[in-house]
Design a binder for this molecule. Structure first.
Ligand code: NAD
Length: 357
């Protein structure tokens, strides 16, 4: 692993080396990051890491949760791998994850749900949820309305949907489908009840879909029916595109189908930057014990390698991970074993080395 500054000179080999910002994160973040970096290094991923801090670790070391140096690094590299960041409840600082999404306008949250764990409830699931990351109810436009002596008699949140935001996320989903050889985009909405906001999302979605006719199939579904259908028959879905809150809920549902959040990576993508992360949190209950499962962050790093064009390295890592899980080698406690994080990493590396021999 390298931790270098940008102004150093590099030899010819560095022409193919990608600069990536690393935020190891809080809680179990440093433990799982270490293992993921070991696996990437063993796989020969040509990455020069620029390690930065964020979250509670940053607050404790440099006095602020999202230091300018971290933002500057991501601005320069345009790609980051991020461990989970703790958001202390009621402590005053807002979620660094949300701040990063806003700062870099990371409008697309991509969450693949792929079965890797043999004991997962649904074998063979392979779908992707594309969630709009900046609008909807989560835009945070809310307030109280006072009445008589009660200043909080009414609470109101605004569901913000724009033509611009809808168009760019649906177009993103279609481009993603084309780039990844996927056949169907399903737009999920609630336009039967929310006729203005969800109606606009659906209207724009249908317009965008027309541009891709003959190349990618399209259908639309109501969110509640989609939740049921995902549980009854997840195999009918391929790419789902939806607004912010529905995407949040459905992507956790989809993670449940394939073994839980420990197997769910996420990518936050915008025009200027891409941040890849484990979907789970910093797991304070097991932090520092060396028993966390690094799979989610490892899968996030594979998404990052795909993004960087290092698709064969990503495929080799996924294959080694699949073999490790299939053989039941080095299972961490969350998946019924006793292995430590580092042992799990070594098991993946052994299977990786077998692949390259
Ligand atoms: P969590 O995901 O950290 O933990 C929930 C449960 O899952 C815990 O029992 C934990 O031990 C377990 N778990 C999570 N990841 C695991 C792993 N890799 N291996 C084994 N077990 C694992 O959720 P939480 O407790 O609600 O949140 C803790 C902190 O993380 C909070 O401060 C929250 O704000 C933050 N958080 C951050 C992110 C992020 O950075 N993307 C996401 C969610 C939560």
């Amino acid at each position: 692993m390298h931790n270098e500054t940008f102004d150093e000179t590099h030899d010819e080999k560095d022409d193919v080396t990608h600069d990536v910002t690393l935020l190891p994160g809080d809680g179990i973040g440093p433990e799982i990051s270490r293992t993921v970096l070991d696996i990437l290094e063993a796989a020969g991923a040509p990455i020069r890491w620029h390690e930065c801090v964020g979250g509670v670790t940053a607050l404790e070391t440099v006095g602020e949760p999202l230091p300018q140096a971290t933002l500057d690094s991501i601005e320069t590299t345009a790609v980051a791998l991020k461990g989970p960041l703790t958001t202390p409840i009621g402590s005053g600082f807002r979620s660094v994850n949300v701040a990063l999404r806003k700062h870099f306008d990371l409008f697309a949250n991509v969450r693949p749900a792929l079965t890797l764990l043999p004991s997962a409830r649904y074998p063979g699931v392979d779908l992707v949820i594309v969630r709009e990351n900046t609008e909807g109810l989560y835009a945070g436009i809310e307030h109280f309305i006072g009445m008589e002596n009660d200043p909080r008699a009414v609470a109101e949140s605004v569901m913000l949907i724009t033509r611009y935001g809808s168009r760019r996320i649906v177009r993103f989903a279609f481009e993603y489908a084309l780039a990844h050889g996927r056949r169907l985009v399903t737009l999920v909405h609630k336009a039967n009840i929310l006729k203005y906001t969800q109606g606009l999302f659906l209207e724009v979605g249908r317009q965008v879909a027309a541009e891709y006719e003959g190349r990618v199939e399209f259908d639309d579904r109501i969110v509640d029916a989609t939740a049921m259908q995902l549980v009854l028959d997840p195999y009918q879905f391929d790419v789902i595109v939806t607004e912010n809150m529905f995407g949040d809920i459905l992507s956790d549902l989809a993670a449940g189908l394939i073994g839980g959040l420990g197997f769910a990576p996420g990518a936050n993508l915008g025009e200027r930057a891409a941040i890849f992360e484990a979907v789970h949190g910093s797991a304070p209950d097991i932090a520092g014990r060396g028993i966390a499962n690094p799979t989610s962050l490892l899968l996030a790093s594979c998404l990052m390698l795909d993004h960087l064009g290092e698709t064969s390295t990503a495929a080799r890592i996924r294959a080694a991970l699949r073999r490790t899980l299939d053989e039941g080698a080095a299972r961490t406690p969350d998946i019924g074993g006793t292995a430590r994080t580092a042992e799990f990493g070594e098991a993946v590396i052994e299977r990786l080395e077998g692949d390259t021999a």
